[in-house]
Design a protein around this ligand. Structure first.
Ligand code: AHR
Length: 316
């Protein structure tokens, strides 16, 4: 009897130690946008709900900080590492180190230029497709009219900046009435978007030469909306605006008639990442190399005020 009790206690103790005892290091880029803030909030929530001990590191937009954080996670012997890679290149050595230590790595929301052997899986959207959806929306909206477009690009060298630029251009192919006349990075920030838009407006006769703005994220578009209003123009009518993310403040701008369309990027990358890791930890099941999230287009006809209300308390 005593032996049975002792054995039961041992099994219970083992179960407690393994279930929910995993430690995951998360190297986040920073807090450049409302979308990024929501991704951080949701990752923390998802970890807490699953009993995962999340070690969070904010890289403040610097790749060297991310590399240092990953090395520290490897030294601590975490059970997995999540990385939102600020730029696409320069990850091979540090990911080799994680691989040698047999620590599974999951990429969140951005891709890297490198072998997919270096990570377990990547969770994210089809970034080229997002750009194409934005471009197709604009092309339909403009029809046969002439349209001079300005573009606010994301962080230089990041996969969303590269892919969203390419996807948009793909959608414009063969449409000679649509021309991208200016393109510059606003670094995915609201202040960057405002500053660069001010320079675009100045260079384009106070904005009279601009028909549309394509911003690689909503936060830059929101900064640009401010600049357009300060220049005495009406964003959303004088200058059409299409962006990417679907954050609450942008829906509010759409509801006010100051923005026209956005392509949704879910901030819940951690949910699918932890689902994949839990299966991997349980029995070694390897997930698909790319777990794709949806990219839905929202326009003025999609009840932007309702979308704002539904999202405003979600951590953006
Ligand atoms: O990688 C995803 C992008 O990064 C989001 O669109 C943007 O808001 C963020 O900063």
């Amino acid at each position: 009897m005593l032996k049975t009790l002792m054995m039961t206690a041992a099994v219970v103790a083992l179960g407690t130690a393994s279930a929910g005892a995993e430690t995951v290091g998360f190297s986040q880029i920073g807090s450049e946008s409302g979308w990024r803030a929501a991704e951080t909030t949701l990752t923390r929530q998802q970890a807490e709900e699953r009993g995962i001990d999340l070690k969070f590191s904010d890289a403040q937009q610097k790749q060297e900080n991310q590399i240092a954080a990953i090395r520290s996670f490897v030294a601590q012997g975490v059970d997995a590492i999540l990385i939102a890679p600020v730029v696409a290149t320069g990850w091979d050595s540090v990911l080799e180190e994680a691989k040698e230590a047999e620590i599974p790595v999951v990429l969140l929301d951005r891709q890297i230029d490198g072998s997919d052997d270096l990570y377990l899986t990547a969770v994210g959207s089809d970034l080229v497709h997002e750009g194409s959806v934005a471009g197709e929306w604009l092309a339909n909206e403009v029809g046969d009219g002439e349209c001079r477009i300005v573009e606010l690009q994301g962080t230089t060298g990041s996969s969303p900046a590269i892919d969203r630029a390419n996807g948009f251009r793909k959608a414009l192919e063969g449409k000679d009435n649509l021309e991208i006349v200016r393109s510059q990075t606003g670094d995915f920030t609201r202040s960057g978007g405002k500053e660069v838009m001010e320079s675009f407006l100045q260079a384009e006769n106070g904005g009279s030469g601009i028909c549309a703005l394509y911003a690689h994220n909503d936060d830059m578009a929101l900064g640009a909306i401010q600049a357009i209003k300060e220049a005495g123009l009406n964003p959303g009518t004088d200058i059409k605006i299409v962006a990417i993310d679907a954050v609450p403040d942008y829906f509010q701008a759409m509801a006010n008639g100051e923005a026209n369309a956005t392509v949704e990027l879910t901030p819940n990358m951690a949910g699918p990442a932890f689902d994949a890791l839990e299966k991997y930890w349980a029995d070694g099941t390897a997930p698909e190399k790319f777990i794709q999230t949806e990219s839905k287009l929202y326009t003025q006809s999609d009840d932007p005020q309702g979308e704002y209300e539904a999202r405003k308390d979600l951590g953006y």
